[in-house]
Design a protein around this ligand. Sequence first.
Ligand SMILES: *[C@@H]1O[C@H](CO)[C@@H](O)[C@H](O)[C@H]1NC(C)=O
Ligand SMILES: *[C@@H]1O[C@H](CO)[C@@H](O)[C@H](O)[C@H]1NC(C)=O
Ligand SMILES: *[C@@H]1O[C@H](CO)[C@@H](O)[C@H](O)[C@H]1NC(C)=O
Ligand SMILES: *[C@@H]1O[C@H](CO)[C@@H](O)[C@H](O)[C@H]1NC(C)=O
Ligand SMILES: *[C@@H]1O[C@H](CO)[C@@H](O)[C@H](O)[C@H]1NC(C)=O
Length: 379
Amino acid sequence: MTVISSSFVLVFLLLASLCCAAPATNPKATTISIVASKPTSSLQSAVPKAAASSQSAVPKPAASSQPAAKAPPALLSQATADEAGGGVPSGPLPATSFTPNAVQLFKVANFIENIESAFFAQVLQSLGKDQNFNAPATDGRSIANVTSQIAAQELVHIATVGGLLGAAGEQAVPACANVVGVTDTNDFLARSNVITSASIGVIIGLISTLAMSDPTLVRPLASILSTESQQDTFFRMSGNNTPSAAPFNTGLSTTFAYNIALTFVDPRSCPQLMPLPILPSLNLTSPMMTATAPVTPPTSITFNATEVPRDGNLYVGWVNQANPVVYTNVTLKNGVGSADVPKGLTGITFAALTAQMTEITVDGLSNVTLAGPAAVLLS
Ligand SMILES: *[C@@H]1O[C@H](CO)[C@@H](O)[C@H](O)[C@H]1NC(C)=O
Ligand SMILES: *[C@@H]1O[C@H](CO)[C@@H](O)[C@H](O)[C@H]1NC(C)=O
Ligand SMILES: *[C@@H]1O[C@H](CO)[C@@H](O)[C@H](O)[C@H]1NC(C)=O
Ligand SMILES: *[C@@H]1O[C@H](CO)[C@@H](O)[C@H](O)[C@H]1NC(C)=O
Ligand SMILES: *[C@@H]1O[C@H](CO)[C@@H](O)[C@H](O)[C@H]1NC(C)=O
């Protein structure tokens, strides 16, 4: 039980990283400087309020229950933990050895989680007067109410991840300062779906990597994964989509998730970038990312190709569900690129411009991507 609860801490770290990805389709959105809503003064360990069950050990601040171990920094207010439904996992820190691989993946997760948190915090401020955002639904909760809880959960994830990295003798990743703003509730829902889908996608990838290097982290990650899916379901349904569009969610590489997350911020405002490639964005001109999937799924995409190399054949690699990457040909005409959407893709898919069509894994495609990934909502 102890091992499991400690792995939960790690899982939360990973969740954070998973959460934040967004399409770069909104280059003209304004950049808003975020006022940190993370409480830095009232520091206290949160007690899990809604902790279920039998396996909850001592519902006391971690610090007091393990005086010998280096306790994670307590960065959470009780109010945040209450709103989130619980705080940083209690109990001893994970007994697992943090492999260098796991440290690196947790830092990527920390980076993405920071962005996700800042995105939700920014939206709660900027849409404070938006009627669709604040109107209560029949259950009495508005989109703002639910988003507020999700934002609190992100703060718990960040505190948890930071604490785990600290226990491994590593610095937490500092947050990027400037987040790209949203224009309205529909824009928010569209981008939230992208972020959570990217988060889900990177967690799927992290689990398969950590299963080999740090297997005790798999269980907590799987727990985080299902929470992310619940959050995505909320965003999808708020946008009048079916709760789940496909039998499988789509796994992503850290590089793809990182690049999606970077579209939510001004990268120049990030004190520390990750040692991952920053790819040119694939600037779609159709379909634009929307909260609601089109009634008829798009059969092609178009993108601004003025900066795209003209020599040789180009392809779009499509990542969807648990399938191998599939490719369609790119046609360039008057500075506009177009490619068909392969048949059989559903839900949200990720498209990347490339000059080859032999890589069948998303990791392989990530190494040879010329621009992208771009999120495309099909259903
Ligand atoms: C929703 O948020 C408003 C504004 O913060 C708050 O007054 C209200 O109690 C919340 N409703 C629920 C059901 O949480
Ligand atoms: C295409 O991109 C170029 C530079 O990247 C920009 O100058 C141009 O306005 C864009 N065209 C459209 C239609 O967005
Ligand atoms: C997409 O647009 C950005 C900003 O205009 C530009 O820097 C980038 O090169 C474009 N990507 C492609 C593949 O043209
Ligand atoms: C795509 O391009 C390849 C050559 O790279 C060609 O063999 C193939 O027929 C093309 N497919 C379609 C559907 O046009
Ligand atoms: C991608 O590139 C990295 C760095 O060169 C390499 O270590 C990795 O094996 C490559 N992955 C795939 C799937 O080709």
